[in-house]
Design a binder for this molecule. Structure first.
Ligand code: UD1
Ligand code: MG
Length: 456
């Protein structure tokens, strides 16, 4: 007896009005179908089968080996979709969870509860239901006078009386596996949409005298099925609240949670403080006791402890502990900042390694370079990495001093302890401990001003 899961992800999602397939739309930085599979995986399944059709390649590329796949070439309805898993699961004994790829908020705990309820009740099928204030668009759960579930009627097929029912089908079900595939053969497409509805399995089982059960989830918010952009925004808001609450419970201070945007997989350490209008995206990891100031955007970046980021943008980089960045700095992909580096305002760093305790306080561009430790990079320094055709790399040795407004024309190597005079344009390597001056000499013309016409 095993546990199996079928994730429905073959629909195009017409109501999204998008060239992107519905289940690939992201909620808090992660595709809806990925949220669903993450929850399902945690429950522990012997097999997970995802039904793909529209956008099959994209879904498979995203989920990879986390799932097996069954192809639904024509989208003839949710019942037809589940039937496509027959060759993979049809002959197995056990319990099968069916869940829609467009319900990203359903949690692992709820999935576990409905499966336990199903197994304890001995029913052939159990539907996960929810009580909705606005049930419009969902399938309604029709119960008989004794309170037992009779059937599910889709919104488009419902009569006036049924439309008033507020208990909805969440699109998640648990079945006895053999009963599921046997009964699917009996489902017809005689309804308003001309589709093979999965929920019809419930009514057929009931009519055949089998026990059918319903499990009403406590938190209605988990039930949201995303069919259009309005629901997508609702899902985003609810998921964001959930994520932010989690981080606060873990010891992260969010000055204004309603304007803090943290993606699902982000990790943040204790005593980190996050100001309003901050976005932390992708696979970012932030250490302990950091300060992330207002307006910062951090994407796929790993940050150590006690790092101070003010109103800056960091992408795909690694920042060691004690670093101080901003305001208005831009750390572009592939940069590594060693411990206690200082990056001040209007500094851009790209594809470069910066050794510990190196400082660049203002108005600097470092691109395709390797910098040693304890360097002072003066205001207005530019690594001239691009000749119009190719990018070149430069190195700057430890303990060197780069004067203000220097151009370091790559490829060039500045030795350890070297001193570059302000305003120099350096085109040749500078040995260790050497002073390099590359600017025209100053000439003072004494008493010249007195001879100027307007002074006469
Ligand atoms: C479905 C349920 C409805 C329930 C609601 C919950 C049916 C007939 N209706 O309606 O009772 O209240 O979910 O959110 O099941 N899909 C396929 N192949 C298809 C059709 C759909 O794989 O041929 C997939 C979609 O990609 C989607 C899921 O099944 O992930 C549900 O389809 P959708 O069209 O969103 O159904 P709803 O109208 O929301
Ligand atoms: Mg739906």
């Amino acid at each position: 007896m095993g546990n199996y899961a079928i994730i429905l992800a073959a629909g195009k999602g017409t109501r999204m009005k998008s060239s992107l397939y519905k289940v690939m739309h992201k909620v808090c930085g992660k595709a809806m179908v990925e949220h669903v599979i993450s929850h399902v995986e945690k429950v522990g399944m012997d097999n997970i089968v995802t039904i793909v059709g529209c956008g099959a390649d994209a879904v498979q590329e995203l989920l990879q080996e986390r799932s097996e796949y069954a192809l639904q070439t024509e989208q003839l309805g949710t019942g037809h979709a589940v039937k496509q898993a027959k060759s993979l699961l049809g002959d197995k004994k056990g319990t099968t969870l069916v869940i829609c790829g467009d319900t990203p908020l359903i949690t692992e705990e709820t999935i576990q509860s409905v499966m336990t309820h199903h197994q304890e009740s001995g029913a052939k099928a159990t539907i996960l239901t929810a009580y909705a204030n606005n049930p419009s668009g969902y399938g309604r759960v029709v119960r008989n006078q004794e309170g037992f579930v009779e059937k599910i009627v889709e919104h488009k097929d419902a009569n006036q009386e049924e439309l008033l029912i507020q208990e909805i089908n969440t699109g998640t079900y648990v079945f006895d596996n053999e009963a599921l595939f046997e009964t699917l053969e009996k489902v017809t497409n005689d309804n308003a949409q001309g589709e093979y509805y999965l929920p019809d399995v419930i009514e057929i089982l009931k009519q055949e005298g089998h026990t059918v059960s319903a499990f009403q989830m406590k938190d209605i918010e988990e039930s949201l099925g995303v069919n259009d952009r309005v629901a997508l925004a609702q899902a985003e808001r609810l998921m964001r609240q959930r994520i932010n609450t989690y981080h606060m419970q873990q010891g992260v201070s969010l000055i204004d949670p309603s304007s803090t945007y943290i993606d699902s997989d982000v990790v943040i350490g204790e005593d980190t403080i996050i100001e309003p209008n901050v976005l932390i995206k992708g696979k970012s990891i932030i250490g302990k006791q950091c300060f992330i100031g207002m307006g910062s955007e951090i994407v796929d970046t790993i940050i150590g402890n006690q790092v101070n980021v003010r109103s800056s943008c960091l992408e795909q980089s690694t920042i060691d502990s004690g670093v101080d960045i901003g305001p208005m700095a831009h750390i572009r992909p592939n940069s590594v900042l060693g411990s206690h580096v200082h990056v001040g305002n209007f500094v851009e760093i790209k594809n470069s390694i910066i050794g510990s305790e190196t400082k660049m306080g203002h108005l600097t561009y470092i691109g395709d370079a390797v910098l040693g430790e304890r360097i002072n990079v003066g205001c207005g320094t530019i690594v001239v990495n691009y000749d119009g055709k190719n990018k070149h790399r430069s190195t700057i040795g430890s303990d060197s001093f780069i004067g203000c407004n220097a151009n370091l024309v790559s490829p060039v190597h500045i030795g350890n302890g070297a001193f570059i005079a302000a305003g120099s344009t350096i085109t040749q390597d500078v040995p260790d401990d050497a002073l390099a001056i590359a600017r025209s000499r100053q000439e003072n013309k004494l008493h010249y001003v007195e001879k100027l016409p307007h002074k006469k």
